[in-house]
Design a binder for this molecule. Structure first.
Ligand code: GDP
Length: 300
């Protein structure tokens, strides 16, 4: 599949190929750059924004050598990401709240359970006591999977019977966290998207119940998106941000297809910081998002 191959190739080499034999950045080069960015899942609006900035630079400097293009693009992307990722996440610690409550949302299959497991592992390594809440009660597999992760990384999992009220599971989990003096509670939620109003109502209900136990909870509403699904991830981001106050993003599967471009477009369109990235299936394959390292990896 040619499309996949194209995106698997780094931005750096695609741009280098596109400008081969040309010395200055002209309209043709800019057109090619535009195509490269769009097919790298950066998104049309963000691509146009980047192209416009480069055009302005060409107009200002009169002459722009193609050999400078990679470096300029790298600067523009870094700047774009910085606008929306002003928080630099240095550690996996959440010291100021006890418990710090993370409500995790996202559609099935994006890597929600895996991300929760990996995050619990990182937090434990950082010295925090963690409890997980299996509030995706609509799929037996989801509860089982979370329990498995709990065993694997040795953290408690609060669960009820399948089909029980997700808000009730969230309530139990936070009560347990308070009683146990836990530092962080991470609540999984169901990922069905068939009805936006139903989703909104359910997430609101869970939030309200949480606040009865921990005022101010959830402190983090983390939306998990699969970076390899490109524009689907963008659409899911749109749906979930309309349904609830998402304030952090996790982008998974950035190890495989290298479709990192979607991170740029989502960050630009939604102004929500990318906090975590998933780079594999194992328990230590979760990283705090590091803008500089991310931009460098795009240009490898
Ligand atoms: P959920 O339905 O959203 O809870 O998704 P799961 O957590 O069950 O993950 C779905 C699949 O994606 C599983 O096979 C995971 O191992 C895999 N997965 C999750 N995160 C990553 C990642 O960062 N990289 C890779 N390669 N696979 C991942």
């Amino acid at each position: 599949d040619k499309g996949t191959e194209k995106t698997r190739e780094g931005l750096f080499s695609r741009i280098t190929k596109a400008v081969a034999g040309k010395s200055t950045v002209d309209d043709e080069v800019l057109d090619e750059l535009e195509e490269i960015l769009v097919t790298s899942d950066v998104g049309v609006n963000t691509t146009l924004k980047i192209i416009k900035r480069i055009e302005e630079r060409v107009a200002r400097d009169k002459y722009l050598n193609t050999s400078e293009l990679n470096g300029i693009l790298r600067d523009e992307i870094r700047e774009l990401l910085a606008e929306n990722n002003s928080n630099d996440f240095q550690t996996f610690e959440y010291g100021n709240y006890k418990p710090y409550v993370i409500m995790v949302v996202g559609v099935n299959g994006v890597g929600k359970t895996t991300t929760i497991g990996k995050l619990a592992h990182k937090l434990k390594q950082a010295g925090s006591n963690v409890v997980l809440g299996a509030a995706d009660t609509f799929r037996a597999a989801a509860v089982d999977q979370l329990k498995l992760w709990g065993e694997r990384v040795k953290v408690r999992v609060v669960a009820q019977a399948m089909g029980s009220d997700p808000a009730s599971v969230a309530f139990d989990t936070l009560q347990s966290a308070v009683a146990n003096g836990d530092d962080v509670a991470i609540i999984d939620t169901a990922g069905r998207l068939h009805n936006k109003v139903a989703l909104m109502n359910e997430l609101t209900k869970i939030k309200n119940v949480m606040q009865k136990v921990v005022p101010g909870a959830p402190h983090e509403i983390l939306l998990v998106l699969d970076a390899s699904t490109g524009q689907n991830a963008v659409e899911q981001c749109r749906q979930f941000t309309q349904a609830t106050d998402v304030n952090a993003l996790a982008l998974t599967k950035l190890d495989g297809t290298a479709k990192g471009g979607v991170v740029i477009g989502i960050s630009d369109e939604f102004k929500i910081p990318v906090k975590y990235i998933g780079v594999g299936e194992a328990m230590d394959h979760l990283q705090l998002f590091d803008r500089k390292a991310f931009v460098e990896s795009l240009f490898k």
